[in-house]
Design a protein around this ligand. Structure first.
Ligand SMILES: [Zn+2]
Length: 136
């Protein structure tokens, strides 16, 4: 899960261009938004699936937006992010019905999001978990 929040910044803080890393301290940064199924926002669920981008120039902003548009938008990935956020907010656990309520997803979407997360974890262990497989 990734979270990009601009709230709480007072406007005087320096920004970094998401493409070239240039420090933008004079307030000339430009903001863009691009579809990205790996993004959920802690305080603004209505922005889930939208990556907010900071760039030093229109050219760099456009390049970043094109990069994100080229990435497949995977709905179960977005659902998995919503599930993870709801679980983080409810450390005592949630039933599948409660998960659907808290995330605004249908029970089928909750199931597919959870399955996507499990498959992504298994894939990660296959690739990076070493020869002994996933830890117990
Ligand atoms: Zn730049």
């Amino acid at each position: 899960m990734d979270d990009t929040e601009f709230e709480g910044q007072d406007g005087a803080a320096a920004e970094l261009c998401d493409l070239c890393g240039e420090v933008i301290a004079d307030g000339s940064e430009l903001y863009f938004v691009a579809p990205d199924s790996s993004v959920v926002h802690l305080a603004h669920p209505e922005r889930d699936g939208q990556r907010w981008i900071v760039a030093c120039s229109r050219e760099h902003g456009r390049q970043l937006v094109e990069q994100y548009r080229a990435r497949p938008f995977v709905e179960p990935e977005l659902w998995a992010g919503k599930i993870a956020r709801a679980l983080a907010e409810h450390p005592d656990g949630l039933s599948p019905t409660e998960l659907a309520e808290k995330t605004g997803l249908t029970p089928e979407e909750v199931e597919r999001g959870a399955r996507w997360q499990a498959e992504a974890a298994a894939d990660w262990y296959r690739r990076f978990g070493g020869a002994d497989g996933p830890p117990p």
